[in-house]
Design a protein around this ligand. Sequence first.
Ligand code: GDP
Length: 325
Amino acid sequence: MRELVKEMLAGNRQSLARLITLVERESLEVPEIMEAIYPHIGKAYRVGVTGLPGGGKSTLVDKLTAVARERGLKVGIIAVDPTSPFSGGAVLGDRVRMQQHYLDEGVFIRSMATRGSRGGLPHTTSAVMKLLDAFGKDIIFVETVGVGQTELDIMETVDTTIVVLIPEAGDAIQTMKAGLLEIADIFAVNKADRPGADYLVAELEIMLHQSPKQAWWQIPIIATQAVNDLGTRELYRQIECHYQFLQQSGRLTLKRREQRKAELFRTIEHKIMAQIIELIERNGQLTDYLEKVERGEIDPHSAAKEILGNRALVEAWLQEWGQQG
Ligand code: GDP
């Protein structure tokens, strides 16, 4: 494993791909991998792009990547796809992008599937971002296709969040319902070649008056036409502005501190959850509780209290855990 990390740090793309696969499969070697790359991370700037499906996120990321490449930056792209049962494979968005960047050594693209992940995806995505960072990427785009809690959690792990909307009836409302309005640092009103874009921009401006973030950062709304590569340079410029703002105001340092803290909690939570699920599958006493809860014979809160109050059970569990390392 150390060898693999060494090769990756030396610029070997295959080694990077293999490490990503290990992280995705939640291999037991993950903590060791993360420890080994830790001294090599912290340089990459992370940009999240989210919004309702079909809004043009892949196309936008493609154009933003082109601008970053012009600037001489090395780019990493992570596409989180809720519909694909495969990971590491090419999804539709990849094919769009690959036309332009496939042969470019300075761009690394990876798709990740959400299906089957037991809520660990934000965790995995964050680990993959670290690998890309250690690999030497200057800017990493994380594109999420869905709009659920997982996507919101992923956006908490980036530095700048772009929310993509399109001029379609109700898109602003849908976006607001999905909780995306609060997390946006920049709005892209894409497909601005369609009617209604101006109206959507005005609608967003009104909505933003109520945003608490507006007090310290003027959230820009940029009209774009990703397919025609219009407005995309301005969008990129706004990413740079946001980065400069975060850096100069000290908010970037603060944000990263918060992110590291959240990551520690998430890691512990995730590990404990995985253990509990495994334990329940094997332990008859817990299975009984579970079945009673499922049948509605005992309420989940009381069951949780009883389980955690059962000293013998918890001690046996901790002992077993300790033995596993
Ligand atoms: P994603 O699901 O958000 O990643 O969206 P895609 O990037 O895959 O784009 C969805 C569709 O919208 C594709 O057919 C794009 O060609 C198209 N599209 C992207 N940007 C624009 C745009 O600015 N105007 C129009 N009319 N279509 C666009």
